[in-house]
Design a protein around this ligand. Structure first.
Ligand SMILES: C[S@@+](CC[C@H](N)C(=O)[O-])C[C@H]1O[C@@H](n2cnc3c(N)ncnc32)[C@H](O)[C@@H]1O
Length: 259
């Protein structure tokens, strides 16, 4: 059980208190010795020890100097760990393929995912503890928001399990979830086409797909022409975008999406 953090520092922060959940999270990400793993918000090291034990190269990012000192005392001598004292929203992300394992501050989930799933990301997999409602929204068969569809078209989102509040200290008032994110085989060269397809579909949710897109291309993407755009799952839009991508030049991605 982690020691109680001082008031102020702990606002909205819920430390993982059950080692078995930490072990499950790391295991679900299938971390191997050759991997590079980014841990966002390492806190007092509830996940860090399990990550170190995999033999992978670990970058543990923590913003709070108190926790950085604790991490250094606990794990400073481990050769496969680098403790990075920084705001994880501002550090450059690894250029080589990397994984993320983290119990991220719930208030920052969208900001972190926006960065991690940006167009040029080298993220391959992530195992995260997030707020339950957030996990449900981004794992929906058809996400409500276009940005969530953009994530789900390029990354498979799996809600692994619900995590009870008693596994955290202090216990959060909202439910929590173990979320697994895995990159889909979608080429960067088709990302502009994907964004154009998704934004058109999400701007006209009630329109039948054939009102916006060619019927033959829809058939090839396994999308029924008469189905309203609001019922089409993101991976089907991704198939359509892949099919259409070579046919023309696509507009640049909007700035906020670029991470
Ligand atoms: C929910 S706690 C998780 C701590 C630990 N990983 C655990 O599971 O017990 C989130 C941690 O993220 C840190 N944190 C919050 N915002 C951050 C940011 N922008 N960059 C880096 N760390 C941050 C907090 O100081 C805290 O230690």
């Amino acid at each position: 059980m982690p020691s109680a953090p001082r008031a102020g520092r702990s606002a909205g922060v819920h430390f993982l208190a059950t080692p078995a959940i930490a072990a499950q999270l790391v295991q679900s990400c299938a971390v191997g010795v050759d991997d590079l793993v980014l841990e966002i918000g390492a806190g007092q090291g509830a996940l860090t020890g399990h990550l170190i034990a995999t033999g992978a190269r670990i970058l543990a990012v923590e913003r709070d100097d108190h926790f950085v000192r604790r991490l250094t005392t606990r794990f400073g001598d481990r050769p496969n760990l680098r403790i990075v004292h920084a705001d994880a929203r501002e550090i450059p992300l690894p250029r080589r393929r990397f994984l993320v394992v983290a119990n991220i501050p719930y208030a920052l989930s969208t900001a972190f995912l926006r960065r991690l799933l940006s167009p040029h990301t080298a993220l391959n997999r992530a195992a995260l503890l997030v707020e339950w409602g957030f996990a449900k929204r981004i794992c929906a068969a058809v996400p409500r928001h276009v940005e969530q569809a953009w994530w789900a078209a390029r990354f498979e989102m799996t809600l692994v399990s619900r995590i009870g509040a008693h596994h955290f200290s202090p216990p959060p008032r909202v439910g929590s979830a173990h979320l697994l994110i895995r990159r889909r085989p979608f080429p960067r060269t088709a990302e502009r086409a994907l964004w154009t397809v998704l934004s058109a579909a999400y701007q006209h949710p009630g329109a039948p797909a054939h009102a916006l897109f060619d019927r033959r291309a829809l058939r090839r993407a396994d999308i029924r022409a008469a189905d309203p755009n609001s019922t089409v799952p993101p991976h089907r839009w991704a198939r359509l975008a892949l099919d259409l991508a070579p046919s023309r030049t696509w507009p640049a991605l909007p700035r906020p999406l670029r991470g």
